[in-house]
Design a protein. Structure first.
Length: 405
């Protein structure tokens, strides 16, 4: 079920891919290891994670659109040893990376990975298959010049960087060390040693009166580590929306591991839908504020519960023929839907190409109205779903129509 969630055939990713892990939080003791036959097959514990106990899912995400592309549920060490590429002699971490990005071999995309999968061997194997790699090296430092970098007399927090280059199997490799709070090591197959914009961190200092002060710390940084930190955290941002904002795993308690896993996947789908919505710029008018994730979830939930539909002009700015609009209105004669005010008012009767009126709910200016309730002589203006409202104005309009009826 997890593997079939992949969107290889439906989404063409950008030139940047990021690999990281996500957790399906499940603190139950009902596991097969504890002699429960129908219990959780394999439980992972990662102490650094906010929800660090449960099922681990390795995933690859489009680092620009932040949409999940491929997932792999992590099983026991014995089970993972039977997977593809491990049988060919690759390590578990390298084999896992190859399986996740296999659909994009020979596309010259850049893959970012944290210390769980970053190594010289991983970089070379990806380069052999037509992909680039950049990763943070910690424990898997075989063939990496860790001792040389540690021998350099460079102070911490200086922001200085050192680069070493070599070739392996005729592929160029770049080893980078960056001295931040402590020295960090990077292995990559492409990049430069130029100076990038300063690395910024936001911190909050607690004052004596109980208030907090926002502090921004900056450290100079070179291009390779700057690019890594710009893209490597995209899975964590995705997880924060799912676990911190949507928080289905906290709000829906259960001891059934299968139900928990399904709720995790549903949360991922909801976050992906929101990110696709944000990236579809044509769905919003110029100047409209971005819809918050909370408002997006409320809107989707309401439409699923009430089976209400939004006029297709919201989703695609394709000009519709009069016959098409007439046929559409005949199919749903009693259903409220949003339409552009300029589509309701005859062209001869309006002074401008785009008409904005006051929303009957909030009083703000909007270019949309209820198609069912409006006539050319009396337009019922209602804000569309991209307006920043706690409860969308169209939902309140539907409630008022229900009460009137």
């Amino acid at each position: 079920m997890v593997s079939t969630l992949g969107r290889v055939a439906t989404i063409v990713p950008s030139d940047r891919l990021t690999i990281d892990e996500s957790m399906s939080a499940n603190r139950t003791n009902r596991t097969i290891k504890n002699n429960v036959p129908s219990g959780l097959p394999h439980q992972t514990k990662i102490s650094r994670k906010p929800e660090g106990v449960g099922s681990e899912i390795r995933c690859v995400i489009d680092a620009r659109s932040q949409v999940m592309l491929q997932l792999e549920l992590q099983e026991s060490k014995e089970e993972m040893a039977t997977k593809k590429y491990v049988q060919d002699g690759e390590s578990l971490s390298t084999a896992g990376v190859l399986r996740l990005v296999e659909p994009w071999f020979n596309t010259s995309r850049m893959v970012y990975g944290d210390s769980a999968c970053a190594s010289v061997n991983t970089a070379v194997k990806l380069r052999e298959r037509g992909l680039h790699f950049s990763g943070l090296v910690k424990t898997a430092h075989r063939e990496f010049p860790t001792k040389y970098f540690n021998s350099l007399n460079i102070g911490v927090r200086s922001g200085d960087s050192r680069y070493l280059t070599t070739t392996k199997n005729e592929f160029p490799l770049i080893a980078t060390a960056w001295w931040d709070k402590k020295v960090k090591f990077f292995i990559s197959t492409a990049g430069t040693n130029g100076i990038a914009q300063p690395h910024r961190r936001v911190r909050y200092r607690l004052l004596d009166d109980g208030s907090s002060q926002r502090i921004e710390k900056t450290t100079k940084i070179s291009a390779t580590p700057h690019e890594y930190f710009s893209f490597a955290q995209k899975v964590d941002v995705h997880n924060h929306r799912r676990q911190g904002i949507l928080a289905m795993e906290r709000k829906i308690p259960t001891r059934n591991w299968a139900f928990r896993l399904v709720s995790t996947l549903l949360g991922m789908i909801m976050v992906d839908a929101y990110m696709i919505f944000l990236n579809e710029k044509h769905l919003r008018d110029e100047g409209d504020e971005e819809l918050t994730f909370h408002a997006f979830v409320d809107t989707v939930g309401y439409e699923l519960a009430t089976n209400s539909l939004v006029d297709s002009s919201l989703r695609a700015r394709r000009p519709r023929e009069d016959d098409e609009a007439k046929e559409e209105s005949e199919n749903i004669p009693n259903m409220c839907s949003l339409a552009r005010i300029s589509d309701v008012i005859e062209r001869q009767e309006r002074k401008r190409k785009s008409v904005h009126l006051q929303c009957k709910i909030c009083g703000g200016h909007t270019a949309y109205c209820c198609q069912r309730c409006s006539t050319p002589g009396k337009v019922i203006a209602v804000c569309n779903f991209t307006a920043k409202r706690v409860v969308p104005c169209f939902n309140k309009h539907l409630e008022s129509i229900t009460i009137d009826n």
